[in-house]
Design a protein around this ligand. Structure first.
Ligand SMILES: *[C@@H]1O[C@H](CO)[C@@H](O)[C@H](O)[C@H]1NC(C)=O
Ligand SMILES: *[C@@H]1O[C@H](CO)[C@@H](O)[C@H](O)[C@H]1NC(C)=O
Ligand SMILES: *[C@@H]1O[C@H](CO)[C@@H](O)[C@H](O)[C@H]1NC(C)=O
Ligand SMILES: *[C@@H]1O[C@H](CO)[C@@H](O)[C@H](O)[C@H]1NC(C)=O
Ligand SMILES: *[C@@H]1O[C@H](CO)[C@@H](O)[C@H](O)[C@H]1NC(C)=O
Ligand SMILES: *[C@@H]1O[C@H](CO)[C@@H](O)[C@H](O)[C@H]1NC(C)=O
Ligand SMILES: *[C@@H]1O[C@H](CO)[C@@H](O)[C@H](O)[C@H]1NC(C)=O
Length: 653
C-alpha cells in the first residue's frame, strides 16, 4: 500500500498539545486501548505514546531489580518491556518455580511502584539469546515434536504452562489496576519456517481466555513484508522491530502494510548487539542510536529500546546461533545501562533525546554502584572430575549400547560424562570421530585419565587418541547452550550420534548425568586418596575442580561491593562463588574475559568459597595459580574472528 507521511504527524500533534499538562481524569476507569482514528494508543481516554526499554528480570539478580528499574524511570522511560522465559520457571514438567530471583509478580509490582508501565512478552517462545528461546528442553522427550507449531504435544505443554502463568498476569493488567498495558503473543514468529496460523490462533484464543477481551494483544516481527505475513493473525496488533541504521520510514511502511491505521511501534530498536564466543565484541555508537531514537520519536511513534540493560547469563542460561556459536555469559549488549547497572554516556545521551519529547522525572538518578578489586585469590586443585563421580552423580550411571542424549538421561543443563573402554589397541594414534557432527556441543576427552583433546560441534569432528585395549575412554560433554533462533531450536545435547574409533562404532556406554550444581552447593570435599594417573599434557589438563576462598577485608566501609573476576592463565570452564553459578568463562576464546560478580552473593561473616571447574588447561599444573578480583570489566578482548562472514544485525532475537 502507498505510504502516507501524514499518518505520522497526527498523533505527534496530540503529544505536543498535552506535553507537560496534567490530565488526570479521576472519574475514568483505567483503560489502555488503540485509537485507530488518531493513530496512537489511548490511556485512560487520552492519547499516549510509550518510550520503553527492555530489561530481563532473569538476567538481573532480584537484589538489583529496584535499582535498575529506577534508573530506567529516571532516563525518562514510561514503560519497560520484558520477556517471561518459560524454562526459567517450569524447570520440570509441572514443577513451577516463582520465588527468589524468579519472582515474576514481585518484579511486575516493583515496576508498577517505580511508575513504569509494562509491555509483557510471555512467549511461549522468546528467542532473547536465551537457552532454546526459553522452550523447556523436556519438551524434546518426544523427539519428533515440531516446536512452535500446532503439534498437539507441543500445544499441550504450552497450555499447561499458560494455564499457570496467565492467571498470575491477569490481576496485573492495566485495566485491572496493574502496570501491564499490552501482551505480545509469540515472538518474531514470521522468521520461523513453520508459518502455522493455527498455532497463532490457538495462542490468541488461550491468551484471550485467561486475560479477557480488553488487553491489547500484539505481534512483533522483523520489518519485512515476508516476516510480518507469517507472524501475525487477526486479533493481534502487528508491530515491527528494526535496528537504528535501517530506513526508519521504510520499516514503518511495512507495519502500515498490515496496520493501515493505529500507532506506529518499533518493538525492538537495538541499542547495541549480542556477542558470541570467538567473535569480536559488538558495539553500537551512541550517535547512531540517539539519531534513530530522535527520528522515531519525531514521527510520533512508540518505541522500545532493546536492551536498556542487558544483564548476565548466569549459570547455563545463554543460547546459541547457527552454525553453532554460543553467546557468552555477559549480556551487556553495549546497552545504556551496563551489565553491572552502571550509567553510561549512552544513557545520558538517550535521556537528552527523550527530554525533547517528554518531561523528565524530578529527582536524582541513582548512581553507579562502586566496584571493589579484592585482588588475587590462590586456588588449589581438589580432584579431577572423574574421581568424584560418586558425589557428582549420586543416582549412579545409566548403561546403554549406543549413546543416549541429555533429554533421554533427564539431564537438561551442564555436563554428562560418557564412558566406555577402548575395544582395541590404539598405541599408535587412532582417530576418534563424530562423522555426523553429533557432539553437542563440546567434548573433553581422556584415556585412563590422560587428556587427549577436544571435539567441538561444527568445528572439530575428529582427533587422534592413544591408549591400550581396555583403557577407560572418558568423554565429558558440555551443553554450551541451546540454539535460540531459526529452524534448529530443537537442539539435542550430549552425544546425539554414534562416535567412531578408527572405522568402528563405539558401543557399551556408561553415562553419568552430573549434578554438579547440587554437589558444589553442598561443598566439594577433598578425599583421602587421589589418582596416581597423570592428568595433564602440554596442551590439556583433565577436567578438574579447583577451590579457594577469600575474606572481605574489614575496616573498609560499605563492603562487600560488586566486582569482576579475571582468570589469568585459565582456559575454559564454569565458576561458582558460595554455590552461586556465575556462568562460563573462556578467556582463551573471548571476547569476554572477566565475569560480573554481584555483591549480594558475597559474605562478610564467613570466607567466600570459590569453585572452578576447568575443562581444558589449568595454570595450576605448572605454578601457583589464582583467580583475581578486579574493579573493571573486560568484555572486548580482541579475538581472531572464528566466524568470518557473520553480520552485525543478523541472527535475531
Ligand atoms: C473522562 O472519562 C470519561 C469516562 O471514561 C470519558 O467519557 C471522558 O471523555 C473522559 N474525559 C476526558 C477529558 O478525556
Ligand atoms: C500500581 O500503581 C498504582 C499507582 O500508580 C496503584 O494505584 C496500583 O494499586 C498499583 N498496582 C499494583 C498491582 O500494585
Ligand atoms: C527509505 O524508504 C522510503 C520508503 O520506502 C523511501 O522512499 C526512501 O527513498 C528510503 N530512503 C533511503 C535513504 O533509502
Ligand atoms: C591422526 O594421525 C594420523 C596418522 O598418524 C595422521 O595422518 C592424521 O593427520 C592425524 N589426524 C589428526 C586430526 O591429528
Ligand atoms: C548408533 O548406531 C546404531 C546402529 O546403527 C543405531 O541403531 C543407533 O540409533 C545409533 N545411535 C545414535 C545415537 O545415533
Ligand atoms: C565456605 O565454606 C566453609 C567450609 O565449608 C564454610 O564454613 C563457610 O560458611 C562457607 N562460606 C560461605 C559464605 O558459605
Ligand atoms: C575495550 O573497551 C575499553 C573500555 O571501553 C576501551 O578502552 C578499549 O579500547 C577497548 N578495547 C578494544 C580492543 O576494543
Amino acid at each position: 500500500m502507498a505510504f502516507s507521511g501524514s499518518v505520522f504527524s497526527f498523533c505527534y500533534l496530540f503529544f505536543l498539545g498535552i506535553f507537560s499538562i496534567s490530565l488526570l481524569n479521576v472519574s475514568a476507569k483505567r483503560t489502555f486501548q488503540i485509537d485507530y482514528e488518531n493513530n496512537c494508543f489511548k490511556k485512560d481516554g487520552e492519547p499516549f505514546r510509550y518510550i520503553s526499554g527492555s530489561i530481563h528480570y532473569s538476567r538481573v539478580p532480584r537484589y538489583y531489580w529496584k535499582d535498575r528499574l529506577l534508573k530506567m524511570y529516571m532516563a525518562g522511560l514510561n514503560a519497560v518491556q520484558m520477556y517471561v522465559p518459560w524454562n526459567f520457571h517450569e524447570v520440570m514438567p509441572k514443577k513451577f518455580v516463582f520465588d527468589g530471583d524468579k519472582d515474576l509478580e514481585h518484579f511486575l509490582k516493583l515496576a508498577n511502584d517505580t511508575g513504569l508501565l509494562v509491555i509483557l512478552r510471555p512467549g511461549p517462545y522468546i528467542c532473547a539469546e536465551w537457552d532454546m528461546g526459553s522452550l523447556p528442553a523436556w519438551i524434546l522427550k518426544k523427539d519428533t515434536v515440531i516446536l512452535r507449531s500446532s503439534d498437539p504435544d507441543y500445544l499441550a505443554a504450552v497450555d499447561q504452562w499458560m494455564n499457570v502463568l496467565l492467571p498470575k498476569i491477569k490481576p496485573l493488567l492495566y485495566n485491572n489496576g496493574g502496570p501491564i498495558i499490552s501482551v505480545q503473543v509469540e515472538n518474531e514468529y514470521g522468521s520461523y519456517f513453520a508459518c502455522d496460523y493455527d498455532y497463532l490462533r490457538h495462542l490468541v484464543k488461550l491468551f484471550r481466555y485467561h486475560l479477557g477481551d480488553e488487553v491489547i494483544l500484539f505481534s512483533t516481527d522483523g520489518s519485512g513484508i515476508g516476516y510480518v505475513k507469517c507472524g501475525t493473525v487477526e486479533g493481534l496488533y502487528a508491530t515491527v522491530d528494526f535496528g537504528p541504521t535501517e530506513n526508519i520510514t521504510g520499516c514503518f511502511e511495512v507495519q502500515r502494510h498490515f496496520e493501515p491505521k493505529g500507532p506506529l511501534v518499533n518493538s525492538e530498536m537495538y541499542t547495541g548487539w549480542l556477542d558470541h564466543w570467538g567473535e569480536k565484541h559488538q558495539v553500537v555508537a551512541t550517535s547512531v542510536i540517539t539519531r534513530a531514537l530522535d527520528t522515531v520519536l519525531g514521527l510520533g511513534a512508540n518505541v522500545n529500546m532493546y536492551m536498556f540493560i542487558g544483564g548476565t547469563n548466569f549459570g547455563y542460561w545463554n543460547g546459541a546461533n547457527t552454525p553453532y556459536a554460543a553467546q557468552p555469559t555477559s549480556y551487556d549488549y553495549d546497552a545504556p545501562l551496563s551489565e553491572a547497572g552502571d550509567l553510561t554516556d549512552k544513557y545520558f545521551a538517550l535521556r537528552e533525546v527523550i527530554r525533547k519529547y517528554k518531561k523528565l522525572p524530578d529527582g536524582p538518578i541513582p548512581p553507579s554502584v562502586p566496584k571493589f578489586a579484592y585482588g588475587p585469590v590462590p586456588l588449589k586443585k581438589l580432584h579431577i572430575l572423574s574421581e568424584m563421580l560418586d558425589v557428582l552423580c549420586p543416582s549412579g550411571p545409566v548403561k546403554s549400547v549406543y549413546p543416549l542424549n541429555f533429554v533421554q538421561l533427564n539431564q537438561y543443563f551442564g555436563f554428562v560424562l560418557y564412558r566406555t573402554l577402548l575395544p582395541k589397541d590404539c598405541s599408535s594414534p587412532t582417530s576418534l570421530s563424530s562423522p555426523l557432527n553429533g557432539v553437542h556441543d563440546r567434548a573433553y576427552i581422556t584415556v585412563d585419565g590422560v587428556p587427549q583433546g577436544v571435539l567441538e560441534r561444527d568445528k572439530v569432528l575428529s582427533i587422534n587418541i592413544t591408549g591400550k585395549t581396555g583403557a577407560t575412554l572418558d568423554i565429558l560433554v558440555e551443553n554450551q547452550g541451546r540454539i535460540n533462533f531459526g529452524r534448529y531450536i530443537n537442539d539435542f545435547k550430549g552425544l546425539v550420534t554414534n562416535l567412531t574409533l578408527g572405522k568402528d562404532f563405539l558401543t557399551g556406554w556408561t553415562m553419568y548425568p552430573l549434578r554438579i550444581d547440587d554437589a558444589v552447593g553442598q561443598g566439594l570435599k577433598e578425599k583421602s586418596h587421589k589418582s596416581f594417573l597423570s592428568s595433564t599434557s602440554s596442551t590439556f589438563s583433565a577436567p578438574a575442580f579447583y577451590i579457594g576462598s577469600f575474606d572481605i577485608p574489614s575496616g573498609i566501609p560499605d563492603l562487600p561491593q560488586d566486582t569482576f573476576i579475571n582468570f589469568p592463565g585459565w582456559t575454559k570452564g564454569q565458576i561458582w562463588i558460595n554455590g552461586f553459578n556465575l556462568g562460563r568463562y573462556w578467556p582463551a576464546r573471548g571476547p569476554q574475559i572477566t565475569l560480573y560478580v554481584p555483591r549480594h552473593i558475597l559474605s562478610t561473616s564467613a570466607p567466600n568459597n570459590i569453585t572452578v571447574l576447568e575443562l581444558e588447561k589449568s595454570p595450576c599444573d605448572v605454578k601457583p595459580c589464582v583467580v583475581e578480583f578486579v574493579d573493571t570489566p573486560v568484555l572486548n578482548a580482541t579475538v581472531s574472528n572464528i566466524f568470518p562472514g557473520r553480520k552485525l544485525f543478523a541472527g535475531g532475537h
